[in-house]
Design a protein around this ligand. Structure first.
Ligand code: SAM
Length: 258
């Protein structure tokens, strides 16, 4: 996510600015290493000529953990209405919810309270620094039903057939390997599981976010429907964001790896 703002202090850095050599190594592995077997031929096509693209869209750079404080900015409650969003998604006690690209857990702790002691949140990140911050946040709030998972750019490392809802808030547009990630998320969903994408509206020039960090309805459907999903509903009550609720489409199940 990257705000268009006159005030540079409010613009979160993108790209990765690791401060420690071990973190550098982990991050470069997580962000770039992708086993060939997990990628399909038409996944993102980075080249020396420009930024990586997928189906015509520029893939946004990953938001750096160095700017993580920005994810906790107070005005988010007003512009993103996290509780209203979670109400609308009908998260119930006992559910298993994957918060993919969880950042520092802005949604994870809210979901954790809703799913309760019988449920769990699987918080997936590719940046270990984000997971460290997320863990501290959960300890501070005495929340014990959030499990941190370090994924890779092509695999969230989620358990198969176990997730009721996979939530991605402001994340999908950063996936360097969207097909591989979504195929793995699909495998992690129960048969009636839902995958939810929340993305800034690409059609709306008044939404103050850089274009590569926004998505249009047309582009989301162009990308996600062939990945073996159908759109169950689209919610339009958030001031700046689209909400897409997808379910598995067995008629369009992707190939043998699924
Ligand atoms: C803009 S932040 C949003 C964080 C959180 N969802 C929120 O709303 O506060 C995007 C996050 O997605 C993570 N991310 C990007 N690609 C990822 C991938 N393939 N797997 C897991 N996390 C990823 C980034 O590391 C970053 O923390």
């Amino acid at each position: 996510m990257r705000l268009l703002s006159a005030n540079p202090a409010r613009v979160p850095p993108t790209g990765v600015h690791p401060t420690h050599p071990v973190v550098t190594l982990l991050l470069s592995l997580a962000l770039t290493a992708t086993p060939a077997s997990t990628l399909s031929g038409s996944d993102s096509d980075g080249s020396a000529q420009g930024p990586p693209r997928y189906k015509g869209r520029i893939i946004a750079p990953v938001m750096s953990a160095a700017g993580a404080d920005w994810l906790n900015r107070p005005e988010r409650e007003k512009t993103e209405m996290p509780d209203r969003l979670l109400d609308a998604l009908q998260i119930k006690p006992g559910m298993t919810v994957a918060d993919v690209g969880a950042g520092i857990g802005y949604f994870s702790w809210r979901i954790a309270r809703r799913v309760g002691a019988e449920g769990r949140v699987l918080a997936v990140e590719i940046q270990p620094e984000m997971l460290e911050r997320l863990g501290a946040e959960m300890r501070k709030r005495n929340i014990r039903n959030v499990r941190s998972i370090l994924g890779t750019a092509a695999d969230p490392n989620l358990p198969a057939q176990s997730v009721d809802l996979a939530l991605m808030v402001d994340v999908y547009h950063e996936f360097r390997h969207p097909e591989a990630m979504v195929a793995r998320i699909r495998q992690s969903l129960k048969d009636d599981g839902r995958m939810v994408l929340v993305e800034y509206r690409g059609e709306d020039p008044t939404v103050p976010i850089r274009p590569e960090h926004k998505m249009t309805v047309k582009q989301v459907l162009l990308e996600i429907l062939p990945m073996g999903f159908r759109l169950q509903s689209r919610l339009d009550f958030l001031p700046w964001q689209h909400v897409f609720v997808f379910v598995k489409d067995s008629a369009k199940a992707p190939g043998p790896s699924d």
